[in-house]
Ligand binder design. Structure first.
Ligand code: ATP
Ligand code: ZN
Length: 705
């Protein structure tokens, strides 16, 4: 009998305390076991094995799930580091790191197995049987072996001439393959490749304006790494960018790459994971979670659009992919390249203080950066949501067979449903925030919790049937644009139109083939590279500035500059029109000149004044309970406990599932001190306020509202 320490997930708060179980079978740390915990069957993760225990009563493991440890030493260490740095349970890190079929949880999806047939013993057979046996090449899926004659197949198996065995079902995601482009690198690109490939530094920030050919720099660096016999990890932001990037990478390196993103099925993810583990793939293209792939000879990490918000996971463990990249690059002593036209302020500061080696691409490949026109909506004549100037420009594009992209960063039809008689705004009873009307489905949706409500078009307060029609989402914009340009081919891309599996690819390839206008949320601002797009129109450009968050100006600048970057990427010059009510705002003024540095300097002044990152580190801590008083008390206690730290709040924010929430934000110029403080805080909270839930967000991307 051996004794094992097992981590189980049962309460986010009880950080990392393993429980002891007895086990009759040999088992190694890193394997999953099925155990009874408080009378419930759960899947746990073995952290240590002992010969003895001083405990009186230990229960026995029900089943050892894995014959071999799931994670290698590196990833196991990484999970400990994450648990420490993000102040979260190690089991939540393990769950995030592993593909669904290997997650240590009760409801994990199972690896799908299938029957295969192989040659068995030389036994006596009739001529017919022999002929059937010899008609195949073994091994093969049993399904195919049986196809011709189920009867003969059965007999052969029964006689032992052919044997069945179980094999993991293959499941390969569809890989879009593009055509390869073999460019001669521009001088700038050449210099960038050389600096990075030959430099002695390990971390690089590639700051290249939109359309400067960063992808080609990536591909050349990847090639050098593959030639040296090492593996490449190529990270891209969530979903929107993946198909295009995968096309370019497969075009260059063939199908021998693994892809990994949230839209794969569990079995596909599992097979891709295994392929990397078994050393069968040298290059992985994937979104955030691909950063945990089990590489053994990692030689290069490329992180495209490093500023993107999707690199921060917003549920447990709330990690920032950039941190994991740095950790793994150090572990493998390999290089990492963070790339963007609009680097995160944190990253650009790191480049200025030489933590990252700054490499710049200042010119576009073909044209200059597009001209930007600010349309002052206080004066511009308009028709519906569009300025006349923009409408004329679209009309011109239609005549010239050029394409237009329109960005409006709100989905749905009416983002706010307000009664025209009494002013009531329809809100989500669980979250307290405004509901969005979706016309096609004729329902109200909460964009925070996802709940859907039937809508009878009657105000619940006064019974009126009149609602203000002034607010605007992409669904309504599409309707207006169709009315304005009835013969144009119009496509919409937002979270609603891309829910189905290959919807993204479909919309983008239709736009490529015959589209005139592509409209959508920030999805259309990212990574798209269509050479016939010569006009980008941005509606409600000020909306994101209105948010009361320390990062709103940064995200607004990013979105505008990235969206602008879609125009004029080919040989035809492009133009960008931004509809704004605040053309003098420093974000608008920097965007007009495509001047990242100007924006950076201005914004850093505000950050310094307000004491915000990158000058300090933040940790946001939320307290929620059925009763507001209790949550507030826990939050106030936490604030008092953080003596010596600058703490903002408690601030009441929107509810979740009808539970009031209070937020405090702790600041410190030392990450180490901050982590230690938050760990102590979490311990104390657990002892004193066990009925109040706590949620810790280290380095929040945006402050929860
Ligand atoms: N050396 C080159 N010669 C000719 N064309 C090139 C060269 N390098 C890249 N291109 C083309 O230029 C276009 C822009 O390149 P790419 O998409 O890599 O830009 P990017 O820097 O990633 O831009 P963004 O940040 O906007 O995504 C692409 O269509 C690419 O095929
Ligand atoms: Zn809600």
């Amino acid at each position: 009998m051996i004794y094992i320490d097992v981590l189980v997930e049962y309460d986010v708060l009880k950080l990392n305390r393993p429980f002891t179980y007895a086990c009759r079978q040999p088992v190694e740390p890193g394997c999953r076991v099925r155990v009874l915990f408080r009378n419930r069957e759960v899947i746990g993760y073995v952290t240590a094995v002992h010969e003895q225990t001083h405990l009186q009563k230990v229960s026995e493991v029900l089943e050892v799930v894995d014959p071999k440890p799931l994670l290698n030493e590196e990833l196991s260490e990484l999970s400990e580091w994450m648990s420490h740095t993000y102040v979260c349970p190690r089991i939540s890190c393990l769950k995030t790191m592993l593909p669904p079929a290997l997650k240590p949880e009760k409801t994990h999806s199972k690896v799908i197995m299938e029957d295969w047939a192989e040659l068995g013993d030389p036994v006596e057979l009739t001529e017919k049987q022999r002929a059937y046996r010899d008609a195949f090449e073994y091994p093969l899926p049993a399904r195919e072996f049986r196809r011709q004659s189920a009867g003969l197949a059965r007999t052969l198996i029964k006689k032992g001439a052919v044997r069945l065995f179980k094999k993991e079902k293959e499941s390969k995601p569809v890989m879009p393959v593009g055509t390869d482009t073999n460019f001669t690198l521009t001088e700038e690109q050449k210099a960038a490749v050389q600096t990075i490939a030959e430099g002695s530094d390990s971390l690089y920030l590639l700051h290249g304006v939109t359309g400067s050919g960063k992808t080609e720099v990536f591909l050349q660096l990847a090639q050098k790494t593959l030639d040296a016999g090492r593996q490449v990890l190529f990270l891209v932001p969530e979903i929107g960018l993946t198909p295009l990037m995968i096309e370019r990478v497969t075009a260059r390196f063939g199908a021998n790459i693994a892809i990994y993103h949230s839209r794969l099925t569990a079995q596909e993810k599992y097979r891709q994971y295994r392929a990397v583990q078994e050393g069968k793939t040298a290059i992985v293209v994937g979104t955030r979670s691909a950063v945990f792939m089990p590489f053994s000879k990692l030689g290069l990490i490329l992180m495209d659009e490093e500023h993107d918000g999707s690199y921060k996971q917003d549920n447990l463990p709330r990690y920032q992919t950039r941190d994991i990249v740095r950790w793994r690059a150090a572990y493998h002593t390999c290089k990492a390249v963070f790339a963007s036209a609009t680097p995160a302020l944190e990253s650009y500061s790191r480049a200025l203080n030489q933590t990252y080696h700054l490499v710049e691409l200042k010119h576009r490949i073909y044209q200059n950066l597009p001209e930007i026109r600010l349309l002052d909506m206080r004066r511009e004549p308009r028709q519906d949501a569009l300025a006349k100037t923009l409408i004329d420009a679209i009309r011109q594009r239609l005549a010239d067979h050029e394409q237009t992209i329109l960005l409006l960063n709100r989905r749905g039809y009416l983002p706010i449903v307000r009664c025209a008689e009494c002013g009531t705004v329809l809100t989500c009873p669980d979250c307290g925030i405004a509901l969005t009307y979706h016309k096609r489905e004729d329902v109200l949706k909460c964009h925070s919790c996802g709940r859907i409500f039937a809508f009878d078009h009657i105000c619940p307060t006064c019974g009126s049937t009149h609602f203000f029609q002034a607010s605007l989402g992409t669904e309504k914009l599409e309707e207006q644009v169709r009315q304005l340009f009835p013969t144009a081919s119009i496509l919409r891309m937002d979270a609603d139109s891309t829910r189905k599996k290959h919807a993204h690819e479909k919309i983008l390839s239709e736009f490529q083939a015959h589209g005139d206008i592509l409209l959508g949320t920030q999805m259309v601002a990212k990574g798209l590279d269509f050479e016939r797009v010569t006009l980008v129109g941005i509606l409600q450009a000020d909306a994101s500035l209105a948010r009361m968050d320390y990062r709103s100006a940064e995200t607004a600048y990013e979105m505008l500059e990235q969206a602008a970057g879609r125009s004029g990427r080919g040989t035809r010059a492009g133009i960008v029109m931004i509809q704004t009510f605040d053309p003098d705002h420093y974000v608008m003024q920097a965007v007009v000149k495509h001047d990242y540095q100007q924006f950076f300097r201005k914004e850093m002044k505000y950050r310094r004044l307000g004491v915000y990152p990158p000058f300090v580190f933040l940790c946001s801590v939320l307290f929620s309970a059925g009763n507001a008083q209790k949550a507030l008390q826990a939050a106030s206690d936490a604030k008092a406990f953080c003596a010596g730290f600058d703490v903002i709040g408690p601030t009441e924010i929107s509810m979740r599932q009808r539970r009031p929430r209070f937020r405090i934000v702790i600041k410190s110029s030392s990450k180490q001190k901050l982590v230690k403080m938050v760990q102590e805080l979490a311990d104390r909270h657990q002892r004193l306020f066990s009925t109040v839930s706590i949620s810790i967000n280290m380095d929040p991307y945006m402050l929860e509202e």
